[in-house]
Design a binder for this molecule. Structure first.
Ligand code: NAD
Ligand code: TDX
Length: 331
């Protein structure tokens, strides 16, 4: 199977490529990535020389580039996106371009070259805040920030290609991921790396917002299952089943690293901050998905990875990230 992975130099994409090539040596993967601030080829250093892996630098909004790489593939898995909510609040333009328009370019090219399967990686954020219970795949989309609104646009556009053109699309909506190679602007790697540097952990608002955490290796297994057995035209939630408040996450990290509670610093809330994410993963379980990782063990593994891979994140945190961080937390 020839697969085009877009955004494969990012967090989930790089973990997915590693998982897939490790599991199925008959797969050929082309990784199309623009290498934005969070695209990092170091995430793939251990597989870059594999004969069945190819990296192509390119932007999913460029029709010519996309057509060049899409013409020979059987499947597309679209991870490419701007992904950080706080950055989308500062400036939404790249989010609309990549997340929404980029998905349109990919869908059009895939349709032209008759791609057999198109997996759109959406997100649980498209449902918006869920005060109680859990959103299932039929529930209405209710995004509340420019990132999730762009992702919801892409999600609906992808579905419309199935309905209108009978084009073989499947949409996946994973919950909050964590694990190795996650860019340290996101909650868990930010708090781990800050704590390792004895820097404060900036907790938004009252710290009681809830996220449903999913270990990235389970996400990879879920995507692989849907790639092979998922039903065309369907949407699948991927739930972590581990709901935690942000303050609980901070406390777990502090305890594991043996750091003082005083590192927690309450800061101004994120505008439009969704209070609670919660999705129902039963449909994917009916397809055969069983989560392999227990949250507490996966957190330990993740914290350990950041402890042992300081050179990976220190390089990031001492580069351009410093300017972003100052701007973001000076609000
Ligand atoms: P990430 O920010 O770590 O990586 C995104 C990748 O996309 C980077 O390698 C970047 O260079 C690339 N990219 C950005 N713009 C591009 C463009 N115009 N053309 C080509 N490549 C481009 O993201 P992630 O956390 O790995 O998320 C991957 C996907 O999963 C995204 O679509 C995201 O919306 C979705 N998702 C993420 C999470 C999560 O918790 N991380 C949860 C649910 C869904
Ligand atoms: O410094 C912080 N302090 C803080 O309290 C940061 C960065 C975050 N938070 C809070 C905001 C959220 O309630 O932690 C929670 C998680 O924040 P993020 O890591 O920014 O993730 P979130 O906004 O939930 O979105 C993530 O999950 C869904 C990903 O970034 C998206 O790409 C994905 O689609």
């Amino acid at each position: 199977m020839n697969i085009l992975v877009t955004g494969g130099a990012g967090f989930i994409g790089s973990n997915f490529i590693r998982y897939l090539l490790g599991k199925d040596p008959d797969c050929h993967v082309t990784n199309l990535d623009k290498l934005t601030y969070c695209g990092n080829l170091e995430n793939l250093a251990d597989i870059e020389n594999m004969p069945n892996y190819r990296f192509v630098r390119g932007d999913v909004t460029e029709v010519k580039r996309v057509e060049e790489v899409i013409r020979d593939v059987d499947c597309v898995i679209n991870f490419a996106a701007e992904t950080h909510v706080d950055r989308s609040i500062m400036n939404a333009s790249e989010f609309i371009m990549t997340d929404a328009y980029g998905t349109y370019v990919l869908l059009e090219a895939a349709r032209k070259y008759k791609t057999k399967r198109f997996l759109q990686i959406s997100t649980d954020e498209v449902y918006g805040s869920i005060p109680s219970g859990a959103a299932n795949e039929e529930d209405r989309l209710n995004p509340s920030n420019p990132y999730s609104a762009s992702k919801a646009g892409a999600d609906l556009l992808a579905r419309s290609y199935y309905i209108t053109y009978d084009f073989p699309v499947i949409v996946l909506r994973p919950s909050n991921n964590f694990g190795q190679y996650q860019y340290p602007e996101k909650l868990i790697p930010l708090f781990i790396t800050n704590a390792l540097m004895d820097m404060s952990m900036p907790l938004y608002g009252d710290g009681k917002n809830v996220r449903d955490w999913l270990y990235v290796e389970d996400t990879c297994r879920a995507i692989d299952l849907v790639l092979r057995d998922g039903k065309i035209g369907e949407v699948y939630n991927i739930s972590g089943g581990s709901k935690k408040t942000n303050i609980e996450i901070a406390e777990i990290i502090l305890k594991e690293l043996n750091k003082p509670k005083e590192l927690i610093k309450f800061v101004r809330d994120r505008p439009g901050h969704d209070r609670r994410y919660s999705i129902d993963g039963a449909k994917l379980e009916r397809l055969g998905f069983v989560k392999k990782f227990v949250f507490e063990d996966a957190m330990k593994k993740t914290i350990d990875w950041y402890r042992q891979n300081r050179q990976w994140w220190e390089k990031i945190k001492s580069g351009d990230f410093k300017n972003y961080y100052k701007k973001q937390y000076a609000r």
